[in-house]
Design a protein around this ligand. Structure first.
Ligand code: MSP
Length: 526
């Protein structure tokens, strides 16, 4: 494992408010960042907003405000939402910030001086909502955008181009030599077959038909095409191209820093093809991995801000708590595959995993320790085969979890922890503590309690990157001191003898599926 970690979300367009799809990507990155910090890895986590481009300019005009006023308002909402979701980002970059504008101009100048960029003419099909040019083949006979399906229009203008062929061999070599450069692995073939094999055109990197962008110093009637501007955020946020580039040196420039970009499948080509080429042109190292996550739809319909077909995370957080929302996003969908948001899935997932499997185990265990042992965790003595089985499973769970999380397989890692909780619940049924108590078999009863506390605390630590609000509550409920809260105790078995346990309100009340699905449907805009 490298000893530093730099993880980024895409920078979101502040062209409408954030929905659960944006929250999905940001929460997954947050979980990975928190996991790395838990493991003692020095971590830097970046998110932000991508504020230039024709679409923003047009939206601002429609609203009768300046583009800057327009993005200020929406960017503030993104920042608020990330607070509500307890996102632990170290920085929030906005592409209209002076630090970014100046550094991006340096990026352009450097590529231009390097003869990677030349002035030419662009004629192509343009999709304004997606800020993307497309070729004849890509838009087909109906002239529809391959990404969003909306009509595209022809545009011709003088423009700067980036020479993609110059760096293609290096990109192909990287893809070959580093099989984990694009994850999940299947996405690599998609990139090759859809974009690289049919022939890669030079990339248009400037526009003259609007002015809401970073001005190109070499030719001020041009503004930078949003993707060169946007992708550069991953280095400008660290101070690249500025006088204060200590973060850049510390993270990006250090080969011992693992760099991970997490992006939706809709924008993978920009990250997998063009971004590495820009970096190579700048003489910089490439990220270690570009993780491409799937897109969520709403009841089978593509979720999209411009269609108004979205679920906002805020009312969900308000009603079910931030942990339920984070858990649902992280556990319900295999990270890397597309997923479907439905109210039933949300309510059922919350009940099954949080109210039943986890919350109930915490409640039952603390109640039994209060009842049978005056609230003091007993010692594990001469364990039987049942206890030994749980010990082995706990060890295995920790290992599986760590391997999965290091490999960005978040949902698989969480599933493994869920299995430990299942086993602990089953262990209660099999051990029948109420019978042990009745028959005065106190040592055996003590063993059961000690093992349950260990299972709960270990599972809670592993889930703590997701369950940010409940984890500290569980630690308090089982009387953990600061030393005991440390992650490394997951490698020990039953070290909580003598801890004072208290009873608390249920962590996750059981939801009435019918009532809650109706509620969630009522807040989902169609
Ligand atoms: N601004 C560009 C990204 C530039 S990165 C240098 C952009 N912004 S976006 O707001 O349209 O989308 C950004 C990301 O939001 C997607 O790549 C994806 O991670 C996330 N999602 C947006 N809609 C989503 C879903 N319906 N489902 C899952 N994720 C979604 O593209």
């Amino acid at each position: 494992m490298k000893n530093k970690f730099y993880i980024t979300t895409p920078i979101y367009y502040p062209s409408a408010e954030a929905h659960i799809g944006h929250a999905y990507c940001t929460v997954m990155c947050d979980i990975l960042a928190r996991y790395k910090r838990l493991r003692g890895v020095e971590t830097y986590f970046l998110t932000g907003t991508d504020e230039h481009g024709q679409k923003i300019q047009e939206k601002a005009k429609d609203k009768g405000v300046t583009p800057q006023q327009y993005v200020d308002e929406i960017a503030a909402k993104f920042i608020d939402l990330w607070k509500e979701l307890r996102i632990s980002n170290d920085d929030f970059i906005r592409t209209t910030q002076d630090r970014h504008v100046k550094a991006t101009q340096k990026v352009f100048s450097k590529l231009f001086a390097n003869d990677d960029i030349y002035l030419g003419k662009y004629e192509g099909w343009y999709c304004t909502p997606c800020e993307s040019f497309w070729t004849d083949t890509q838009v087909g006979e109906d002239h529809l955008c391959p990404d969003c399906g909306r009509p595209v229009h022809k545009e011709v203008e003088e423009a700067y181009f980036f020479k993609t062929q110059k760096y293609l061999p290096q990109l192909l070599k990287e893809m070959d030599e580093n099989p984990k450069f694009i994850l999940p692995i299947a996405r690599k073939n998609e990139m090759m077959n859809t974009f690289i094999k049919p022939g890669l055109n030079d990339l248009c990197v400037s526009r003259t038909s609007f002015d809401w962008g970073v001005p190109i110093l070499e030719n001020p009637k041009h503004v930078m095409y949003v993707w060169l501007d946007a992708l550069s955020n991953y280095i400008t946020a660290l101070g690249y191209g500025s006088d204060n580039d200590s973060l850049f040196k510390k993270f990006w420039a250090d080969p011992n820093c693992e760099i991970v970009h997490v992006v939706g499948a809709d924008i993978s080509r920009f990250h997998v093809i063009y971004w590495p080429m820009f970096l190579t042109g700048l003489g910089l190292r490439l990220p270690d991995r570009v993780f491409v996550h799937g897109l969520l739809d709403l009841n089978g319909d593509k979720m999209s801000k411009s269609k108004g077909n979205v679920v906002s995370p805020l009312p969900l957080i308000k009603r079910y708590g931030v942990d339920a929302v984070r858990w649902f996003l992280a556990r319900e969908f295999a990270f890397g595959s597309d997923g479907r948001f439905t109210s039933e899935l949300f309510a059922e997932r919350t009940n099954m995993d949080l109210a039943n499997n986890f919350g109930n185990l915490v409640n039952r265990t603390s109640a039994m320790i209060v009842k049978y042992f005056d609230g003091v965790v007993p010692e594990l003595r001469s364990p039987s085969e049942k206890e030994e089985n749980i010990r082995v499973l706990t060890e295995k769970t920790v290992k599986t979890y760590e391997i999965c999380m290091d490999d960005l397989k978040v949902s698989e890692g969480l599933t493994a922890v869920g299995e430990l909780l299942n086993a602990a619940n089953k262990y209660i049924e099999e051990s029948q503590p109420w019978v042990l108590s009745k028959e005065g078999r106190i040592e055996e009863l003590g063993n059961v309690m000690a093992v349950l506390v260990n299972s709960i605390v270990t599972a809670t630590k592993l889930l703590s990157p997701v369950l940010v609000e409940s984890a500290p509550k569980v630690y308090a409920q089982f009387g953990l001191n600061k030393e005991q809260e440390k992650y490394d105790l997951v490698y020990e078995f039953c070290p909580f003898k003598g801890n004072k346990v208290s009873r608390c309100d249920p962590l996750f009340p059981r939801l009435d599926i019918k009532v809650e699905t109706e509620y969630i449907d009522s807040i989902s805009k169609h």
